[in-house]
Design a protein around this ligand. Structure first.
Ligand code: ADP
Ligand code: MG
Length: 384
């Protein structure tokens, strides 16, 4: 697949612009193994980069013009590099052009124009961060071609700045960190307070396990209002407890929180506090006992999101419960909630039965057919 996409993005570039690209750079999407709605509470997340990537074929130009195109949307969009602003770019081109803009904000470099063409096998809008895959592929490419020399953490920040300021999505740095720092068979354990990251051996293949993604294909319904109210509840909870953020609350504070807070706010706080602990426990359990022992933590995370944070939907619950009934070691919804995907950690020999059972259960309940596939932990952004 990799070689095919490299050949295809190279010939696509040639067809479009009439000459060879200077090179092809790629970056992966990511899946969040555990740690949901903890990032904006300065807590912990534990994603990994996946074996689905976005490939960017790029060459510099002698003038200041940036031209971008993608197999996803074949028109060529052009804008002078110096004139990239949130107002001057729109649609998908905001991701690659935003990265060019962000590199200029964070580093000194002589920035010429460029021609860019993208191809990708990261599913779009499934919660696997096709957006960070574009940002990180373009960030490593322009960093090299413009001879900027930022390190991987700074390049993750470039992607986030592009997404926050040019795309206009107020996201944290988890997606870009996973896409930049990922490594074969490793998870990226990220502390969202100081942004320090550690790679942790996942050991799935060694233990005969695979991670299944069940994309419900339900778009994130009411997501904006839902996210805003969850965030507000977390802030209110932290203030009532006299803390700067919920990162500083522990399970020992929950009795006090139950007295101080209304029941809904208390449950929101309990999710964040216990989820942070589950991320730490997942990392410790992987190190001490291996991946077969993390299943109960994944499932507890799902129950907490369903009952305390109330961001699950029937399709996600059905995917998780059906996977568990048919032999998954653990399963949970992943991502922001109200739609999107669930994950299930499964023994390889059970993958077929679990996939068929979920598909059949969705059909019985009259849900849209889910898209189910296996992902594995892959290397982060690099030149191909
Ligand atoms: P996610 O990151 O979860 O996949 P987002 O809404 O953050 O979802 O990003 C999806 C957007 O990224 C798409 O709507 C599109 O604008 C852009 N995008 C993703 N993949 C591609 C691609 N291969 N070519 C062009 N644009 C893409
Ligand atoms: Mg995204």
């Amino acid at each position: 697949m990799t070689d095919l996409l490299i050949a295809s993005v190279t010939s696509g570039f040639h067809k479009l612009y009439g000459y060879e690209p200077a090179g092809v750079w790629s970056a992966p999407g990511r899946v969040n193994l555990i740690g949901e709605h903890t990032d904006y509470n300065e807590g912990f997340v534990f994603p990994f980069a996946i074996n689905r990537r976005t490939y960017a074929a790029i060459s510099l130009r002698n003038d200041g013009l940036a031209r971008v195109s993608s197999s996803f949307s074949p028109e060529v969009i052009d804008v002078p590099v110096d004139e990239i602003t949130p107002e001057s770019v729109a649609g998908w081109s905001a991701y690659p052009l935003g990265v060019a803009w962000a590199l200029k904000q964070l580093a000194q470099a002589k920035q010429t124009g460029f021609d860019l063409y993208l191809e990708s096998d990261v599913p779009v809008g499934a919660g696997l961060s096709s957006s960070a895959a574009i940002e990180c592929a373009v960030a490593v490419a322009l960093d090299e071609l413009w001879q900027v020399g930022l390190d991987v953490r700074e390049l993750a920040r470039v992607g986030q700045l592009a997404e926050n300021r040019i795309v206009g999505a107020p996201t944290g740095i988890m997606d870009q960190s996973a896409s930049m720092l990922g490594q074969l068979d490793q998870g990226v354990f990220l502390d969202c307070r100081d942004l320090s990251a550690q790679k942790i051996d996942l050991g799935f293949a060694r233990e005969g396990l695979e991670l299944l993604v069940i994309d419900t294909r339900v778009e994130h319904r009411h997501a904006n209002g839902g996210y805003a109210s969850r965030r507000a509840a977390c802030e209110a909870g932290a203030i009532a407890l006299g803390l700067g953020s919920l990162r500083d609350a522990t399970e020992a504070d929950l009795a006090r929180a139950a007295e101080l807070l209304d029941n809904t706010t208390f449950r929101r706080v309990r999710h964040v506090v216990t989820e942070n602990q589950r991320v730490l426990d997942t990392v410790a359990t992987l190190r001490e006992l291996g991946p077969r022992a993390i299943g109960r933590l994944l499932y507890a995370s799902h129950q907490s999101m369903r009952d305390d944070f109330e961001i699950s939907i029937d399709e996600l619950d059905t995917a998780v419960e059906t996977a568990m009934r048919h032999g998954a070691i653990g399963a949970r919804m992943t991502g922001g909630g109200f739609g999107g995907a669930a994950i299930a950690l499964c023994p390889i020999e059970k993958i077929g039965d679990i996939t068929r059972s979920i598909t059949a259960e969705f059909a019985t309940l009259g849900y849209v057919a889910p898209n189910i596939f296996v992902v594995s932990a892959a290397d982060g952004a690099h030149k191909n």
